[in-house]
Design a protein around this ligand. Structure first.
Ligand SMILES: *[C@@H]1O[C@H](CO)[C@@H](O)[C@H](O)[C@H]1NC(C)=O
Ligand SMILES: *[C@@H]1O[C@H](CO)[C@@H](O)[C@H](O)[C@H]1NC(C)=O
Ligand SMILES: *[C@@H]1O[C@H](CO)[C@@H](O)[C@H](O)[C@H]1NC(C)=O
Ligand SMILES: *[C@@H]1O[C@H](CO)[C@@H](O)[C@H](O)[C@H]1NC(C)=O
Length: 221
């Protein structure tokens, strides 16, 4: 679902600003349901307000387990250097964000072998320095993701409902199309018959008129 949304959003961004297509940044919400034993991408995107201004950013991640009241830092990323700072996540977190640049806009990380103990709230923190040439401007952004760990992937009712609605609307539209075609065909054939009758009458009228004309011409000769 998220991938599709991202694709649609970036396609839209491309359509709206074709030249800046490659630079388009869209803040997509992270998925919030992980499956125990599998990997999971904690998404966190913070777009620069002004894409043309060069910047550098660092990203820190914090975690608050279900039974905890405070956040603890679990991870930090500074251009090409990642550091896991919590034993619970030792060797399980990997950078999934912007690559080959210190101008980070995607600060996503990947959790390997998710356990039920990973359930809780994650905080993603961007610390960005915008470089305007003669001065620098510091900005920060924070996002929260509430992660739920399940034994098996469940599909949200919204997703199932939207799929059902899609089929209903496709079938509905096709039925409507067929009804409309039959209706139009009938209307056209009725109109056609009438037109035929009318034109036959007209033809006869013209034919008789032109006979008179012809007679006139012949007389003139
Ligand atoms: C994750 O799980 C796989 C298979 O279950 C195991 O081989 C791997 O060592 C685990 N990795 C970590 C970091 O625990
Ligand atoms: C995220 O990281 C995982 C593990 O390092 C990797 O398998 C996956 O391909 C990465 N995905 C992206 C989009 O970078
Ligand atoms: C989850 O947490 C409990 C209690 O802190 C601990 O006993 C257990 O080993 C943890 N499980 C994993 C898979 O880390
Ligand atoms: C984040 O930015 C706000 C202003 O937008 C500022 O008040 C706050 O101190 C900053 N936080 C940090 C930790 O620098």
């Amino acid at each position: 679902m998220t991938a599709l949304r991202l694709l649609l959003a970036s396609a839209l961004a491309c359509a709206l600003h074709a030249p800046a297509c490659h630079a388009a940044c869209v803040e997509v919400d992270s998925d919030t349901e992980a499956v125990a034993g599998k990997g999971f991408k904690l998404g966190c995107i913070s777009c620069k307000m002004r894409l043309e201004v060069p910047a550098t950013a660092t990203v820190d991640w914090y975690f608050k387990a279900r039974d905890e009241s405070d956040f603890t830092q679990i991870y930090s990323y500074v251009y090409q250097n990642e550091m896991v700072t919590d034993d619970r996540f030792w060797a399980r977190l990997h950078w999934n964000g912007s690559k080959r640049t210190s101008d980070l806009q995607d600060g996503s990380i990947y959790i390997l072998n998710v356990t039920f103990n990973d359930t809780g709230v994650y905080r993603c923190y961007f610390d960005r320095t915008l470089n305007f040439g003669n001065y620098e401007y510091r900005a920060n952004a924070t996002k929260f993701i509430t992660l739920n760990v399940v034994a098996k992937a469940t599909r949200g009712t919204a997703s199932i409902l939207s799929e059902v609605m899609m089929y209903v609307s496709i079938i509905g539209l096709q039925v409507w199309l067929v009804v409309e075609m039959v209706y139009c065909y009938r209307k056209i054939s009725v109109a056609g018959e009438e037109a035929l009758r009318e034109s036959a009458a007209e033809y006869l009228a013209i034919a008789s008129e032109s006979k008179d004309n012809c007679a006139g011409v012949q007389v003139a000769e």
